[in-house]
Design a protein around this ligand. Structure first.
Ligand SMILES: *[C@@H]1O[C@H](CO)[C@@H](O)[C@H](O)[C@H]1NC(C)=O
Ligand SMILES: *[C@@H]1O[C@H](CO)[C@@H](O)[C@H](O)[C@H]1NC(C)=O
Length: 350
């Protein structure tokens, strides 16, 4: 009996050591990107690309709109939670938080931005290069707060989550003539891949080692794109889905190359596309019902300020909807995607 107890105790101690070791291995989640992961930075800049008002956030902790483009939490929040960190990742520009919060997770993302500077100009939001400048500020503050050694450990061991690119195509290339007159779509993809490469090299140069680069979603299935797709009777726009797949292939190739070129880099391509499409094709498998339109308003064009708190059309249960507004997934979809990505790859960073 005593022997059994001792070995159980030993076992428990080992589990505890394992658990604490796991926790120490990803001390923070550091987020770059667009509205798929912006937790409120745009609230602090003059832009129309905002969502810090009702009905956004109605299922968030305390029913509070935060600037997340969701009825509740977004993918980066669920990833942070999966790593045993905070259930939400605070926005760097949000004055409600300071470096003691940011030490275990921080978000530099800005809704409406893209790899391309011209994309961030469309809505006057934070360009990707400036997200990196904010990250440099963060490093300074972290060193003052935690000390050089501890700060360097956080910087090295943190998971960097990057989710960006949809707007370069849907808000920029296909809307405005500038980039179309300069680049074919293939050339534009390669232009963006070049920017992605420089961006990752910059992060690596600043000390990042564990990076998850999310690919594009099936962007032809976003309600806004469906609504304008008269040709295919409001089905998914195959051209945009194929483009997303092609671009994702290039991102995946970039990830493989950078892992070879940069010693100590541990980078992962996070395939959002396939799990997202699976949810869209078989929503009932995931407990959802509505795929073609978002919950907010008519669900066909509303997002940001067009998502009207007074709209009589807004759904009552967003958990039944794959999309919250015409462009962004519901909290439930974000949760399913994040948990899937965690199990399929991100967990290796633990
Ligand atoms: C951060 O904010 C908390 C609560 O608002 C405060 O107690 C703490 O002193 C602040 N820390 C720093 C480093 O400014
Ligand atoms: C984007 O703008 C920044 C700041 O002006 C500049 O340093 C950078 O080279 C630009 N990126 C591209 C790809 O043109």
């Amino acid at each position: 009996m005593a022997y059994v107890c001792t070995s159980i105790r030993l076992f428990l101690v080992q589990v505890l050591i394992l658990v604490s070791k796991c926790k120490a291995e990803v001390p923070a989640v550091i987020v770059f990107g667009d509205s798929s992961v912006d937790s409120g930075n745009n609230n602090q800049i003059p832009t129309m690309a905002r969502s810090n008002f009702e009905p956004y956030g109605r299922d968030f902790l305390g029913g509070r709109p935060t600037g997340r483009f969701s009825n509740g939490r977004i993918a980066s929040d669920f990833v942070s939670e999966a790593f045993g960190l905070k259930p939400t990742v605070p926005a760097f520009l949000d004055p409600m938080y300071n470096i003691s919060d940011f030490a275990s997770g921080v978000c530099f993302a800005s809704a409406g931005t893209g790899y391309d500077n011209a994309t961030s100009n469309v809505m006057g939001v934070i360009p990707l290069w400036r997200e990196v400048e904010y990250y440099k500020d963060y490093q300074k503050k972290l060193k003052e707060y935690a000390g050089e050694e501890k700060a360097n450990e956080i910087i090295r061991e943190a998971l960097y989550l990057v989710s960006i690119g949809t707007n370069d195509f849907l808000e920029n290339y296909y809307i405005f003539p500038d980039r179309q007159s300069q680049f074919t779509i293939r050339q534009y993809e390669d232009f963006l891949i070049g920017i992605a490469r420089n961006f990752i090299q910059d992060l690596y140069g600043l000390g990042a080692r564990k990076i998850a680069l999310a690919g594009l979603p099936p962007m032809g299935c976003l309600p806004l794109e469906r609504a304008t797709n008269i040709m295919e009777f409001h089905g998914c726009v195959e051209e945009y889905n194929n483009l997303a797949l092609e671009f994702n292939g290039k991102l995946e190739g970039l990830v493989a190359k950078l892992n070879e070129e940069l010693p100590g880099l541990n980078m992962e391509f996070a395939d959002v596309y396939n799990i997202f499409l699976q949810i869209i094709r078989r929503p009932s498998t995931y407990g959802m019902e509505v795929v073609e339109v978002g919950c907010c308003g008519t669900g066909t064009f509303e997002m940001s300020y067009l998502c009207d708190p007074q709209s009589p059309f807004t759904c009552t249960d967003a958990n039944k909807y794959v999309f919250w507004d015409a462009f962004h997934p519901s909290e439930k979809t974000s949760q399913i995607i994040s948990n899937h990505l965690f199990k399929k790859g991100l967990a290796k960073f633990l």
